[in-house]
Design a protein around this ligand. Structure first.
Ligand SMILES: *Cc1c(COP(=O)(O)O)cnc(C)c1O
Length: 405
């Protein structure tokens, strides 16, 4: 169907185009050597990952290992406290390892295995992607090198322990600020040397083509399941769908199920402490067009045009860019992007915990907060929120910073 005059009937067949572009966003801005490696992955994706054998394997793994389909839950008490609008959540917190990230990691590592690779490589900041990838590598029996800055290694000790227990090799990056940016550079450098035997596994719908497409497609199981489940539960489609956007993978997965429906779609970015550059990570709202990490999208830049420092109470959302498809869907007007600050997020975190018995990840609490805000604005109808992960990982931080409310 058409939205804003734009036809979405064959959207997935035409997006991205052959070169990995969503309009002007996307592409593969990498060295010639890495271009060849990306072309090899793209080729493998379109042949191997579209084969019935691969699809059959992935379906079985999702069911028997990940515990999919994850349910959709009606938030009866929370909805009742806000008015007449009914809130629902897609429970990615119940996916194995406690978040949606495993959906694309299992797909990426299964593809690596089919391609005959021996190792997977990635960087991690807060450690969530590292843990998901280490889990997938353990399952498939592949080596796993996770690059991580020294500062993050100290901060994220429990996730470092998890990765090591899962058999991953955590490579400490000791130069520069010793955080995510340096880890990305180190991981790319290692991959350039090892790409014959290894594959780089990106943690969101970002990076050079084919990753934004591949990660979206592997995550689309979230939206496809949720749409079916919601129809079965209520006999109709939700009026609105909401997800938080860091790089944008849980959101793209969820939105994929509803782009061609008469449903309003909202992506929620972290406003952090406020609108000043450095206090938030809302690249779709405040960023400008720019290339980083191998793709063209929107970006928060410092005065030199380099990626700016960003902040969010949720470590999984503090990325200075967003996936190219989000920038495209924003420009088309198909998805509306809005922001929620730390305070509103933490309020939603406690409300969902207290009223529904679900402790959400702080990332996901951004989506819940926006859903609650929207529920107060709408008079009736229903809102489906992607609950991207569970909050166990955030307990120490919440207690230390906010106490028990
Ligand atoms: C990593 C993470 C996110 C942010 O990543 P996206 O690619 O934007 O989905 C959101 N929620 C949770 C629970 C995460 O771990």
């Amino acid at each position: 169907m058409k939205h804003n005059g734009y036809e979405f009937d064959n959207y997935f067949k035409n997006h991205p185009d052959m070169d990995g572009f969503f309009g002007k966003y996307g592409g593969a801005y990498v060295s010639d050597e890495l271009k060849r490696a990306m072309a090899e992955i793209t080729e493998a994706y379109f042949t191997i990952a579209k084969s019935s054998k691969f699809i059959g394997d992935l379906r079985r793994i999702r069911k028997e290992f990940q515990g999919r389909p994850t349910p959709v839950s009606h938030l009866e008490r929370l909805s009742g406290s806000l008015g007449n609008v009914q809130l629902y959540v897609k429970r990615e917190d119940l996916n194995h390892t406690g978040a949606h990230k495993l959906n694309h990691c299992m797909g990426e590592v299964l593809l690596a295995k089919y391609m005959g690779k021996k190792k997977v490589i990635a960087e991690t900041g807060a450690g969530q992607h590292g843990v998901a990838l280490a889990t997938a590598a353990a399952y498939f029996g592949l080596e796993c090198d996770i690059y991580m800055g020294s500062v993050d290694i100290k901060k994220q000790a429990p996730n470092v322990a998890r990765m090591k227990i899962l058999g991953a090799n955590v490579v400490e990056v000791t130069h520069g600020l010793q955080t995510l940016k340096e880890a990305v550079d180190a991981a790319f450098e290692a991959y350039t040397k090892e790409y014959k035997d290894a594959i780089y596994c990106i943690g969101s719908v970002v990076g050079p083509h084919p990753f934004p497409m591949m990660v979206r497609d592997f995550q689309s199981v979230v939206g496809i399941e949720a749409r079916e489940q919601f129809l079965e539960m209520t006999g109709e489609l939700p009026d609105a769908v909401v997800a938080c956007v860091g790089g944008g993978s849980n959101a793209m997965g969820m939105f994929s199920g509803f782009l061609n429906d008469p449903v309003d779609i909202y992506g929620v970015e972290p406003l952090g402490r406020g609108e000043v550059l450095g206090d938030h990570a809302a690249s779709l709202k405040y960023g400008t067009e720019g290339i980083m990490h191998g793709f063209n999208s929107v970006m928060l830049k410092d005065e030199n045009g380099e990626p700016a420092p960003v902040y969010s109470v949720a470590s999984g959302l503090d990325y200075p860019s967003s996936g190219p498809e989000h920038a495209y869907l924003r420009d088309l007007g198909r998805v509306k992007y809005d922001v929620v600050d730390d305070e509103e997020t933490i309020d939603a975190f406690f409300k969902l915990s207290r009223m529904e018995g679900i402790i959400p990840a702080i990332e996901s609490s951004h989506a819940v907060a926006f859903g609650m805000r929207l529920a107060k604005q709408m008079e009736r109808g229903s809102i489906l929120i992607c609950l991207s992960g569970r909050g166990d990982k955030d307990m120490d931080y919440i207690i230390e910073k906010y106490g028990i409310r």
